[in-house]
Design a protein around this ligand. Structure first.
Ligand code: GAF
Length: 388
């Protein structure tokens, strides 16, 4: 259900009156540049057509009412715009609460709330950024409803703040940034140090990007994620005693090899190695795509996965299996996990004529190994979040 008419009708079913305000915020895949965004490195994601729809109407009081067709059993949530705090029971509306809290802190209190209906097509916990999609969506709604005039960059920064301060996940800015600033048909090369970016055409007429959902998610993902970040920070501190850098993204591979003796813990050294080498791979991959060197691009994706497996240790047996199975198929340029890891999705770039066979073979291999089938989606790129 994502036809405009149906979405507007669902709002009316729930709130008993009609409205016309409809918004869409995409999800994302990251082509390469994983766990580099909190290390001052480059990332290379694109937005996808799977995303989150919102239908909204202003209210006269200061309340926000929110209902999601993805979790109808949770009913309608409500909270006041005054005194917003995180509450576990607020479930998915915490992303919205966090955004509204920080936007009001920035711009002053809003004079009225709104009624909100949500419908999302991004599978939850699949590392396709359903949470960042919801955060950026809230920023776009605020721009429209309150003339907040927030830029894509500001919305992205506020979304990251929600993750870091409201939800205690120390993630970087990649997901919110791509979702706010994406351009259909392009991948976005972002320098997370300066927030300068370049939209690079994703010219793949003979290939499709296939998303492979392992349908698994490890427990303690957030604490594992935060630990990776702490380990990178430890590495940076140790390196700073011997070389003048402000982030791991400042180092070339050879500089890292020269100074790595300063990192006294071998696990921390492996984490830092991934961050440095992945950053370089990302720059090379963007260049390869610009020059239509697709095989080189695919090779860099494969190396990225191996590094996430061996040095960063954020892959799991299911995602490793999907990627290894993908590598064995005909017409595959490259494959890797995408997003934070610990389960979730992988991506593969596959020749158009081989897509059906690819899905059949990888699906059968996976089901034989784990006794359940993965899901496959063909990724289509999308523009950033906006009113539609
Ligand atoms: C998650 C985080 F939210 C991003 O900031 C990024 O670190 C990613 O994992 C790994 O590249 O999606």
């Amino acid at each position: 259900m994502n036809h405009t008419k149906d979405l507007l009708q669902r709002f009316e079913d729930i709130y008993g009156y009609p409205t016309e305000n409809l918004y869409f915020s995409p999800g994302r895949i990251n082509l390469i540049g994983e766990h580099t965004d909190y290390n001052g490195g480059k990332v290379f994601p694109c937005a996808i057509t799977m995303g989150t729809y919102a239908v909204v109407a202003p209210r006269e009081d200061k309340m926000v009412y929110a209902f999601s067709d993805n979790l109808p059993e949770l009913g309608t949530f409500s909270f006041s715009l005054e005194g917003i705090v995180y509450e576990k029971e607020s479930s998915w509306t915490n992303y919205i609460k966090g955004m509204l809290l920080y936007i009001q802190e920035k711009l002053g209190n809003f004079s009225h709330g709104f009624d909100l209906f949500i419908y999302g097509t991004i599978p939850n916990g699949a590392s396709l950024s359903s949470s960042a999609s919801l955060e950026v969506l809230t920023g776009v709604i605020a721009n429209d409803l309150y003339q907040a005039n927030l830029s894509g960059e500001t919305i992205a920064k506020l979304g990251m703040r929600v993750e870091n301060k409201f939800l205690n996940l120390n993630s970087g800015i990649m997901d919110q940034f791509i979702i706010a600033n994406a351009k259909k048909g392009h991948a976005l090369l972002l320098d997370t140090n300066t927030l300068e970016y370049e939209q690079i055409p994703l010219n793949l007429p003979d290939h499709k990007i296939i998303i492979m959902n392992s349908l698994t998610r490890r427990e303690l993902v957030d604490s594992e994620y935060n630990t990776r970040r702490e380990q990178c920070e430890e590495a940076l501190e140790m390196l700073q005693k011997v070389v003048s850098i402000s982030s791991l993204g400042d180092l070339s591979e050879s500089e890292f090899e020269k100074y790595k003796y300063a990192i006294t813990d071998s696990v921390v050294a492996r984490r830092a190695k991934h961050a440095v080498y992945e950053n370089v791979r990302t720059e090379k991959a963007a260049e390869a795509l610009k020059n239509n060197q697709l095989e080189a691009f695919g090779q860099l994706m494969n190396e990225s996965h191996l590094s996430l497996h061996k040095d960063y240790e954020v892959t799991v047996k299911e995602t490793d299996f999907l990627v290894r199975s993908a590598w064995k198929q005909e017409g595959v340029l490259g494959a890797r996990m995408t997003g934070g890891g610990f389960g979730g999705c992988c991506i593969a770039i596959v020749e158009n004529d081989e897509v059906d066979a690819f899905i059949d073979h990888v699906g059968a291999d996976y089901e034989e190994e784990f006794d359940f089938a993965p899901e496959f989606y063909i990724a289509e790129t999308e523009d950033g979040a906006q009113k539609i």
